[in-house]
Design a protein around this ligand. Structure first.
Ligand code: SAM
Length: 236
């Protein structure tokens, strides 16, 4: 009998509604339906301390300057409440100055059981959150988004599709770009001819070895043209 592991991802945000469309469609939905992953969003506004004068999740930056900052109190309360219920493998803050996400990081995180993702907004989160609660900081690229929600969706998608049992054909993910040093080969489907544009004959030949060799050569050529840096180690 196959053994399936349940992963849990908790996402802290001030815009939980942004996740509904992404988390509840396609592969991410199927992963939840199959009981392989649980995803929970937590609205940081629910953790604002009612007794204090601060009624908002954000406040002005000490020292002045443009832009608000997400305060430590609601974030600390939310994280402390969650971590009193289970052990987390990583507390991840999505941030443009973090380590840039790659397939290796997604592979590694897909083996974990409990992940917490913190989405920033405005100028970011109070540095003390990063110093005292966060164990990993991840960027999805060298550009700045308005908030961490889209980055959290990107990270979640890239991790969840790698969990055993999520994709109907797991070998498909293993052949994707960045799993090895080569980009993926071109793909075609029916019809075999459209407006005179034909599918390469070899793919219709049924000859497995020749198809594998064609795909390998296509991958190699594409990688050499588009991402020679991926082959650099091989060529050194
Ligand atoms: N002041 C920050 C800086 O320059 O590094 C940018 C803040 S950004 C406007 C607001 C939030 O969006 C960040 O706290 C972070 O959570 C998220 N964010 C923006 N760009 C991101 C990226 N490339 N990767 C991951 N998260 C990002």
């Amino acid at each position: 009998m196959a053994y399936f592991r349940l992963m849990r991802i908790d996402i802290l945000t001030i815009f939980p509604e942004m996740f509904a469309a992404i988390l509840n469609e396609s592969i991410l939905k199927r992963a939840q339906d199959k009981g392989l992953v649980q995803m929970h969003t937590h609205n940081l506004r629910d953790y604002v301390i009612a007794e204090t004068k601060r009624k908002n999740v954000d406040d002005y930056a000490y020292g002045g300057g443009a832009g608000m900052v997400l305060g430590i109190e609601p974030i600390a309360r939310c994280i402390e409440s969650l971590r009193s219920q289970r052990v987390y493998d990583e507390f991840i803050y999505l941030t443009p100055d973090g380590e840039v996400l790659n397939q290796g990081m997604s592979n590694h995180l897909s083996t974990k059981q409990n992940l917490l993702l913190l989405c920033g907004r405005y100028k970011g989160v109070d540095q003390r959150v990063r110093d005292h609660f966060i164990t990993k900081e991840i960027s999805i690229g060298d550009y700045v988004l308005s908030g961490g929600e889209l980055a959290a969706c990107v990270l979640t998608d890239s991790i969840v599709r790698l969990i055993p049992g999520v994709l109907s054909d797991e070998s498909s993910a293993l052949l994707d770009s960045f799993q090895g040093e080569l980009l993926d080969a071109p793909v075609y489907t029916r019809p075999a001819e459209f407006r005179g544009w034909k599918v390469p004959d070899v793919l219709m030949s049924g000859h497995e070895a020749k198809i594998d060799e064609w795909r390998y050569q296509q991958s190699l050529e594409k990688t050499q043209n588009r991402r020679p840096d991926l082959l650099k180690d091989k060529n050194d």
